[in-house]
Design a protein around this ligand. Structure first.
Ligand SMILES: C[S@@+](CC[C@H](N)C(=O)[O-])C[C@H]1O[C@@H](n2cnc3c(N)ncnc32)[C@H](O)[C@@H]1O
Length: 189
């Protein structure tokens, strides 16, 4: 989802953007983010209101957020770290609150490999198959440690007690800008 859309949540919704990333433009830093949206990221030069390592826990109170966004982040953690992160995200979500997750689609990668596509050149929106599996690896810490299909991600969320309310792949309506990704929404019940 483009950053501009992420900023346009209604004011009454409290939104937490986990691993919110870098400002699109230098002068956008901390200026475009609405008060109801809190970003958290490990990088000092990120767009985040809170600079922290989320593997140490989310430093915020229980039952605070209507929506937790986790875009292009889960794949940077081991499966054990993800399990702990999801527990913590559920802790800060209100009952009925939603977790929105976007992550590379391992099935898209597998199909491209089986179809014999050129793995570095076959790109959708600039992402190659190898990037989707292993990460860009252009700096320390941005390799991928785990991968998901719609089915395995939904399974993990269900195991954590969430109800699946949306599960998309191959550029569904909410995911048109990233065809190699999956987009899943789970609700805290
Ligand atoms: C691929 S970027 C995604 C950025 C943004 N969510 C997006 O969709 O454009 C992954 C982000 O996760 C952050 N990140 C990685 N490990 C982290 C950690 N342990 N704690 C907090 N943030 C982390 C990185 O700094 C980076 O900004």
């Amino acid at each position: 989802m483009p950053r501009a859309e992420r900023m346009s949540f209604p004011k009454e919704l409290m939104v937490l953007d986990i691993g919110c990333g870098m400002p699109t433009m230098p002068d956008e830093r901390r200026t475009v983010r609405a008060e109801n949206i809190i970003g958290i990221d490990i990088r000092e030069d990120s767009d985040a209101e809170i600079i922290a390592d989320i593997r140490d826990g989310i430093p915020l109170e229980n039952d605070k957020f209507d929506i937790v966004l986790i875009y292009q982040v889960l794949e940077h953690f081991t499966s054990v770290e993800v399990s702990n992160l999801l527990d913590d995200c559920i802790r800060v979500l209100k009952t009925g609150g939603e977790m929105w997750i976007q992550t590379p689609n391992l099935k898209w990668c597998a199909e491209a490999i089986l179809e014999g596509k050129e793995l570095f050149e076959h790109k959708v929106d600039g992402l190659s198959v190898m990037n989707s599996i292993y990460g860009e690896q252009i700096r320390q810490g941005n390799a991928h440690k785990w991968g998901y299909t719609v089915e395995t991600l939904c399974g993990v969320l269900i195991d954590h007690g969430l109800e699946i309310i949306l599960a998309e792949e191959y550029g569904g309506e909410a995911n048109l800008d990233h065809k190699p990704d999956i987009f899943v929404k789970g609700r805290k019940i």
